[in-house]
Write a protein that binds this ligand. Structure first.
Ligand code: AMP
Ligand code: MG
Length: 327
C-alpha cells in the first residue's frame, strides 16, 4: 500500500489505513523530520521481527520507540528528572533518549538490553500516525541495512517496495541525518550518535555531556556495523589543498565523483554540492551518496564540514560511509 500525503496539508483520514497496518501487526514506512522510519507496534515482538527481516538488520541492533506524547513513556521506560528537562526543551524533535526500560517492552525491540531508546518526532505526518494508531512504534531508518538512510520517498521505494506493508510518501526530510542518541543511564550523559540536536545545545540545557566514544565508554550497538555505504567507495579529503589532492587521486578512476563543500570543486564527471552550511550538508548527504550511485560514479571523494555543531553529525556519517578511508 502506498499513501501520498503533504506534511503541510493532509487529512488524518489519509493515514488511517497506515495506522491500521500498524495495529494489525504490519510494518509501515513513514516520514520523520530526520529520515524515513520503518515502524511496527512496539508491544508486538512478531511485528518487530518483520522490521529486522525487511531491512536485513542484525538482531543485536536495537530500535528506537517513537511516541506521539511523552505521557506514553511511563509504560515504556523510567523517566528521570534529567529526561524530563530534555523532553520539555527538545521534544518533538530529533533527540532520542536512552533510559531504563520497563518489563513490558519486548526484548526484540531493545536487542535484549535493559535500556530502551525513546523519541517523539516533530514531523506532522509521523505524529498524526503515532496518535492515530495509539501505539508506541518501534522504528529504525527505512533503508536496507548498511545503505544510506532514506531522506526522500524515492529512497524508501528503492529499498522497501514489496518489503513494507505500507509506505507513506511525505516528501523530503527536513534534517536529513538521524536523531541525536543521548544515553541518560550513564554519568555524565553520553552522546552515542551526534545529530541535529547538538552537543552544544544539550550542554546548554543540562551542563554536562560527553561523546561516548572513549575506551570503555558505552557504545550504541548499531555503531559497530557498516553504515551509510553507497556502492562506490568513499574517500574523505580535508584541509586547504583537499580539492587538489582529490583531482590527483581521481586520475586512477574512470568516473570519479566529488561531494564538495566550501571550495571550488575539481572538474570531475560527477560533482555534487553539499551546500554552504553544515545543516545544508546534512540535508544533502544521504541523497548525494545515493545520487553518486545513480549517476554511475566509481568512486566518491567527499570534503567534510568543520567539526562542531551539526558538523559533528555530518562528519560522523561521512566517516562511517568511508569506512576510515582518507586521502
Ligand atoms: P536507526 O533508527 O536505524 O538509526 O538505529 C537506532 C540507533 O539507536 C542505533 O544506532 C542503535 O544502536 C541505537 N539504540 C537503540 N536502542 C539503544 C539502546 N537501548 N542503547 C544504546 N543504543 C541504542
Ligand atoms: Mg539506521
Amino acid at each position: 500500500m502506498h499513501i501520498k500525503a503533504n506534511p503541510l496539508d493532509f487529512k488524518e483520514e489519509q493515514l488511517l489505513p497506515a495506522a491500521a497496518v500498524l495495529q494489525n501487526g504490519g510494518i509501515c514506512a513513514f516520514p520523520t523530520e530526520t529520515v524515513y522510519g520503518l515502524g511496527a507496534n512496539a508491544w508486538d515482538a512478531e511485528a518487530v521481527a518483520k522490521i529486522f527481516r525487511a531491512k536485513g538488520r542484525p538482531q543485536d541492533n536495537p530500535l528506537i520507540v517513537h511516541v506521539a506524547d511523552p505521557g506514553q513513556l511511563s509504560d515504556i521506560c523510567i523517566v528521570t528528572p534529567l529526561a524530563e528537562t530534555l523532553i520539555s526543551r527538545f521534544w518533538g524533535g530529533p533527540l532520542t533518549l536512552i533510559l531504563p526500560k520497563t518489563d513490558k517492552v519486548p526484548a526484540a525491540v531493545t536487542a535484549g538490553l535493559d535500556t530502551v531508546a525513546v523519541r517523539m518526532p516533530s514531523h506532522p505526518i509521523a505524529n498524526a500516525l503515532l496518535r492515530l494508531c495509539g501505539l508506541p512504534v518501534a522504528a529504525p531508518s527505512a533503508n536496507l541495512s548498511g545503505k544510506p538512510s532514506p531522506t526522500r520517498a524515492a529512497h524508501v521505494l528503492a529499498d522497501m517496495d514489496g518489503r513494507a506493508d505500507c509506505i507513506i510518501d511525505g516528501g523530503d526530510c527536513l534534517w536529513g541525518v538521524e536523531s541525536t542518541v543521548l544515553d541518560l543511564t550513564v554519568s555524565p550523559p553520553a552522546i552515542l550518535r551526534p545529530g541535529a540536536v547538538t552537543k552544544e545545545e544539550i550542554y546548554g540545557e543540562i551542563g554536562e555531556v560527553i561523546y561516548g566514544t572513549g575506551v570503555g565508554a558505552p557504545k550504541s550497538p548499531g555503531m559497530k556495523y557498516t553504515h551509510y555505504a553507497p556502492d562506490a567507495p568513499v574517500f574523505i579529503a580535508e584541509g586547504p589543498d583537499a580539492a587538489a589532492r582529490i583531482a590527483e587521486a581521481a586520475k586512477a578512476y574512470t568516473r570519479p565523483g566529488v561531494l564538495y563543500y566550501d571550495c571550488n570543486p575539481p572538474a570531475l564527471p560527477v560533482a555534487i554540492s553539499a551546500g554552504n552550511t553544515a545543516a545544508e550538508y546534512a540535508a544533502q548527504l544521504f541523497f548525494a551518496l545515493r545520487e553518486f550511485d545513480r549517476q554511475g560514479a566509481d568512486v566518491i571523494f567527499a570534503i567534510p564540514p568543520a567539526a562542531g555543531g551539526m558538523g559533528d553529525a555530518v562528519r560522523n556519517r561521512l566517516f562511517k560511509s568511508a569506512g576510515g578511508k582518507i586521502i
